[in-house]
Design a protein around this ligand. Structure first.
Ligand SMILES: [Zn+2]
Length: 136
């Protein structure tokens, strides 16, 4: 191990993160050819870099898969909730109590409307009577 191995190893470490100048890259390759320790260091760095890359790409794939799973779970919940609501409405509408209630509501509405109309006719007759009395 020569005196300047440390500075070469710093450059080798930077080699995988950033782009080195062409001259520096050549210098490092020259040094590695003659220095087995730095060659071993470079191999270790290369392995570490590959492991990190595959780790992060695996992590990304994992995130993408989880995202897909979450989206499909949400879609499944939405669909099942919609089906559930439709089934609830159908069972509610099909229930005999609903039909009776609907019929009662119609009868009450018609009765109320009839009474209102009768009141209006009574008021109209009363108004006509008052008018005819006034005219006389
Ligand atoms: Zn060296």
């Amino acid at each position: 191990m020569s005196e300047n191995c440390d500075s070469f190893r710093e450059k080798i470490a930077g080699f995988f993160g950033t782009d080195l100048e062409k001259g520096q890259e050549k210098q490092i390759q020259e040094h590695i050819k003659g220095c087995p320790d730095c060659a071993a260091f470079e191999t270790a760095m290369k392995n570490e870099d590959e492991q990190l890359s595959s780790f992060f790409s695996g992590l990304q794939a994992g995130f993408a898969r989880q995202e897909d799973e979450v989206v499909s779970a949400i879609l499944c919940i939405e669909t099942s909730r919609k089906d559930h609501v439709i089934a609830k409405i159908n069972s509610f509408v099909d229930h005999p109590a609903f039909k009776l209630t609907a019929a009662a509501a119609v009868i009450i509405f018609v009765a109320f409307y009839s009474v209102q109309t009768l009141n209006w006719l009574y008021d109209l007759k009363h108004f006509m009577d008052v008018c005819s009395v006034t005219i006389k």
